[in-house]
Design a protein around this ligand. Structure first.
Ligand code: ADP
Length: 330
């Protein structure tokens, strides 16, 4: 190998934490990623949200150099994942869903092993462990065998392990899937702290709306291997309308949508699975006329509510299906 071949360009300090262009990944005939263009700035928490099978794990595996792109490009911390995988690996921390933790090891042994795998010297490992354990609270359990840990503790240990070598970008694949609400909230608090106190860029995938909403400064919504929407959660939700009037209805009336659309206060109306959703800039003000208009249709109104949009409403408007339903269907 010549000196030139060994030469690895220094990352440009201004380069994005994650950058993909027309990124495609196939598994045989299955197109898991169908051309993803993504740019995550340093210091962001970017939430990648989508139902099961949408392509979230595939994307995270490509970005972590565990899978090669089929076409297009991806770079992380300024390095192309296909051309310079080693440069990428030393700059990222990864906590994937099915972390293989040896139940006979103690938490501290696992973290030390992780440090050795990254080539850190013993004194450095001790220093890093102190720093990491300051950040991720595993408490006295750190010296107990991992086999005794709860699900939430294992996730936090996993998070600590991903931080031992002081990465620039942290990848978390569904960090709270399967956790109870209290453990989930603790993991959220740790993730938020890593970002605000250390400025670590965090790229996480999730199938939970609240998780993306609570943590991410920007959310990308993926469906069928494509990015269908992207932006700060607040902006995405506002794009659906300021307020939604949601009516659970029975019966059918093909004229109902047109009638509701005639109302000046209504921005848009959708109807599916016995639910009419009216988007409007002022829910309380529009409610009376929406109710009166529904009364002129053959629909029976069972329940009626005014609420602000959720990320699920964004997903529904873009894809015609529900994130929550998609999750419940598993
Ligand atoms: P998500 O993480 O959003 O649930 P995945 O990235 O796991 O989605 O899957 C995206 C698509 O690729 C799905 O259709 C899935 O069935 C398919 N897929 C994932 N892994 C493999 C694999 N190893 N072999 C074949 N198909 C796969």
């Amino acid at each position: 190998m010549t000196d030139l071949e060994e030469y690895v360009p220094a990352p440009r300090p201004e380069s994005a934490a994650v950058l993909t262009r027309k990124l495609v990944r196939n598994y045989g005939p299955t197109v898991a990623l169908a051309g993803i263009d993504l740019e995550v700035e340093r210091g962001e928490i970017y939430g990648f949200l989508g139902p099961n099978g949408a392509g979230k794990s595939t994307l995270i595996r490509v970005l972590c150099t565990l899978l090669r792109p089929s076409a297009g490009t991806a770079s992380v911390a300024g390095y192309d994942v296909a051309d310079h995988p080693k440069e990428v690996r030393v700059r990222i921390g990864v906590a994937l869903q099915e972390a293989a933790l040896d139940p006979r090891q103690t938490g501290r042994e696992l973290l030390a092993l992780q440090g050795r795998l990254y080539g850190l010297r013993p004194a450095e490992i001790r220093r890093r462990l102190d720093a990491v354990l300051d950040l991720v609270d595993v408490g006295h359990a750190i010296d107990r065998r991992i086999g005794t840990y709860s699900g939430g503790m294992k996730r936090r240990l996993d998070l600590a392990a991903a931080l031992v070598h002081n990465p620039e970008v942290l990848f978390l694949d569904e960090p709270t899937t399967g956790l109870d609400p209290e453990s989930r909230a603790r993991v959220w608090a740790e993730v938020d702290r890593l970002n605000t106190e250390l400025g670590i860029t965090i790229f996480l995938t999730t199938q939970y709306l609240e998780e993306a909403d609570a943590l991410a400064s920007r959310v990308g919504i993926i469906a069928g291997g494509r990015l269908v929407a992207e932006g700060p959660p607040e902006v995405l939700k506002r794009s659906v309308g300021a307020d939604l009037i949601v009516a659970e209805v029975g019966g059918s009336d093909p004229t109902a949508l047109a009638r509701l659309n005639q109302l000046g206060v209504v921005d848009s109306v959708t109807m599916e699975h016995g639910r009419v959703v009216v988007s409007t800039s002022d829910g309380p003000a529009a409610l009376a006329s929406v109710v009166a208009q529904l009364g002129r249709t053959r629909l029976e109104v069972h329940t009626l509510a005014v609420r602000t949009p959720t990320l699920d409403d964004v997903f529904r408007e873009l894809t015609g299906s529900h994130l929550e339903t998609a999750v419940a269907d598993r």
